[in-house]
Design a protein around this ligand. Structure first.
Ligand SMILES: Nc1ncnc2c1ncn2[C@@H]1O[C@H](COP(=O)(O)OP(=O)(O)OP(=O)(O)O)[C@@H](O)[C@H]1O
Ligand SMILES: [Mg+2]
Length: 454
């Protein structure tokens, strides 16, 4: 069932009419905001979105038609449906109003029931329209590389390669700096493969304590170690028939590296404490932001395993090397977070767009998305400006001046700034960032939580 209750902005300078219509609409379950002047209506329209605008034409100051002309400038998907009330509408007025996209007219005096019927119909058609758009965007997601935005030459190549490898069962190694979209590519590969209906199991190798990782991946039998009170299936077993996504593969210990090598070579392994060998049919997609080749030279990563993983390499270029993707990504994230917050954001002003274009993005697409999200959430008007976007927390060139004259505020700002940069410089690896700053990892965790940096 399509719901037929909507949000309605009702504008009329005659308070008595306004109250009566407002009450009737509310009784029907609609949410109603009333305005006695066009200026007031404009203010409401600037602050939030409505399903339907019911506006009287003749009002003191600006007329309803003038407001409608103004609304006609905004994208169709962003403006409410419009019903116009008139006492004596000339043919010319009616014609222009229809041209501007007005849905319907109510000739004063009219019965309240007429308005209720119009409102019901308008809200319903809007809902159907949104539903249809949603279905279309879902379908787009499927045909549109699962939300991977950016059509720079480098990204085209990445997507093309991902599409090709999806048709095979080969092992894939996805590399690239933090936040470049490695996980998105892994998902794309699985969802385009013949195994798409089978599970895609993700394991973040860095997030699981070393002592537990082996059992997490390969499972264990009861009594395999202290605390193993039950037999547990590992992620490889769970992914059987589908894909396993091994994230942060560069953090694996030597012991686990060997076991993984065997799975890749023989497609078999033994759960911890088990006597029986288990066979699996799993496609492995591994990802890392580290330089595995370098790790091999340093003796920190098994050479055999590296070659087994690196059958099909896919490298995601950092955002600063494909700046032509920045504008589309900005649009994409503004739209995404605008929808999420229900706020009205029309555009990013030129100065801000330029700053976004020039910035170095050490945290890549993730940092860009976080920046836009913050800007949308904090925005107080429909235009995102340099002030609202604030690359402050993230500038690579020295940030212009201190934020205030308050000592404690400034100290916190310096702390946050230092941490952000250390994290960016160490490619998001906490251990390295802590070392860089000369503090313990525990201390770093505390600061990260304090400043909500992830
Ligand atoms: N090309 C893109 N189009 C749209 N969104 C993207 C793109 N690339 C990355 N993102 C977004 O950026 C964020 C980070 O992406 P993802 O998790 O895939 O990065 P990652 O390379 O795995 O990073 P990490 O190394 O830190 O794990 C996600 O929220 C993702 O939606
Ligand atoms: Mg990732």
């Amino acid at each position: 069932m399509t719901p037929t209750h909507g949000s309605i902005l009702l504008a009329d300078d005659e308070e008595k009419i306004l109250k009566r219509l407002g009450r009737a609409l509310r009784d029907e379950g609609h949410e109603v905001v009333e305005a006695t002047t066009i200026r007031e209506a404009q203010r409401h329209l600037g602050e939030r979105s409505f399903d339907l605008l019911v506006v009287d034409n003749v009002m003191p100051g600006m007329t309803g038609l003038e407001l409608i002309r103004e609304l006609a400038q905004t994208a169709a998907a962003e403006r409410p449906q419009i019903v116009m009330m008139t006492a004596h509408g000339s043919t010319q007025l009616v014609r222009e109003a229809f041209k501007l996209g007005v849905e319907d007219f109510l000739e004063k005096p009219f019965e309240v029931d007429e308005l209720l019927a119009l409102a019901r119909r308008a809200v319903k058609s809007l809902r159907l329209q949104t539903e249809r758009q949603y279905l279309i965007s879902e379908r787009d997601a499927e045909f549109n590389y699962y939300g991977i935005v950016g059509r720079s030459h480098a990204m085209e190549e990445v997507i093309q390669r991902a599409e090709l490898v999806a048709q095979t069962k080969s092992t894939v190694l996805v590399t690239g700096e933090t936040g470049t979209g490695k996980e998105m590519v892994a998902r794309l590969i699985h969802h385009r493969s013949a195994q798409r209906d089978m599970p895609l199991i993700k394991v973040n190798c860095a997030a699981i304590p070393e002592t537990l990782l082996e059992s997490e991946l390969f499972g264990h039998v009861r009594g395999a170690f202290t605390g193993a009170t039950m037999t547990k299936r590992g992620k490889f077993a769970l992914a059987d028939g589908g894909s396993i996504f091994l994230d942060e593969i560069g953090t694996l210990t030597t012991a686990i590296q060997s076991k993984l090598l065997r799975v890749l070579q023989e497609r078999e392994f033994e759960p911890l404490g088990a006597e029986r060998t288990q066979r699996v049919d799993v496609r492995v997609i591994a990802a890392t932001n580290r330089d595995l080749k370098q790790m091999v030279s340093d003796g920190r990563f098994q050479e055999d395993l590296y070659y087994r993983l690196n059958v099909i390499p896919i490298t995601l270029p950092p955002l600063r090397e494909r700046r032509e993707d920045i504008p589309v990504l900005v649009d994409h994230f503004v739209e995404k977070h605008r929808q999420r917050t229900g706020k009205r954001i029309d555009r990013v002003d030129d100065e801000a767009a330029e700053a976004l274009q020039k910035y170095d993005w050490p945290g890549n697409v993730r940092e860009l998305e976080n920046t836009i999200e913050r800007a949308v959430v904090l925005a107080t008007g429909p235009v995102l400006t340099t002030a609202s976007i604030s690359l402050l927390g993230a500038t690579s060139t020295p940030a212009p001046g201190l934020p205030s004259m308050r000592l404690h505020q400034n100290l916190e700002w310096v702390e946050r700034e230092t941490i952000r940069r250390a994290i960016a410089q160490s490619g998001g690896v906490k251990k390295d960032a802590a070392e860089l700053m000369g503090i313990s990892q525990r201390a770093l965790s505390y600061y990260l939580a304090k400043y909500r940096i992830d």
